[in-house]
Design a protein around this ligand. Sequence first.
Ligand SMILES: Nc1ncnc2c1ncn2[C@@H]1O[C@H](COP(=O)(O)OP(=O)(O)O)[C@@H](O)[C@H]1O
Ligand SMILES: Nc1ncnc2c1ncn2[C@H]1C[C@H](O)[C@@H](COP(=O)(O)O)O1
Length: 207
Amino acid sequence: MHIAIVGNIGAGKTTLANKLAHHFHWEVFLEDVDHNPYLKDFYDDMPRWAFHLQVYFLNSRFRQTQHIKKLQSAGKGVIQDRTIYEDAHIFAANLNQSGLMTERDYQNYLGLFESMISMVAPPDLLLYLRADLPKLIQQIEKRNRDYENNIKIEYLRNLNDHYEQWISSYKYGKLLIVDVNHLDYVQNPEDLGTIIDRINSTLFGLF
Ligand SMILES: Nc1ncnc2c1ncn2[C@@H]1O[C@H](COP(=O)(O)OP(=O)(O)O)[C@@H](O)[C@H]1O
Ligand SMILES: Nc1ncnc2c1ncn2[C@H]1C[C@H](O)[C@@H](COP(=O)(O)O)O1
């Protein structure tokens, strides 16, 4: 079983991924953030580092999918924090449309993505954490990563628009949308229980 958690920056993916992995006794795959050699530079100068960062994330995410595939064939359950689809359909697309990644670099990137995606199996369940801008901003501030302090509201809004568009046409498998605007699964175990019930119901028909 493979559940992938998707959503904008600060939506609560990592927090939920860890909690679900603990609950189901499955392995968790987090993003390569702390050792990412481009992320800080990217936030300082997006046009300069957009292509480098996208190639880095794409490769890191592709490796992760191959690792997940092996675990799945060994019968293990996996929770994944963010997917390779978001790199291309959300982040790279947004950078290109916002004029922060040239058409030449974007087409080059897409070529690479297309070559890789045929070898990627979609998750059994895609769990989308939908959050409005105030919730995202509040949680990004709460997490307080230096390099995210100057993220523009416009950037988050554009990403949210891309998420909504992508989710509305997602057809690779089961999809569960969770509105996290009024959920606090950090403090409130009942909120976590509600999400777990919905996962069980969507995946196994249980409640
Ligand atoms: N539903 C929630 N309610 C309250 N706080 C949350 C919730 N989800 C996440 N947080 C907090 O918000 C911050 C960002 O969450 P995180 O899981 O790192 O988001 P993401 O991985 O989507 O970027 C963390 O400090 C986390 O504890
Ligand atoms: N593909 C990506 N392009 C640009 N930025 C990305 C990409 N994937 C992740 N990120 C950034 C967004 C955040 O600053 C960190 C971690 O993501 P988070 O949603 O907080 O887990 O990496």
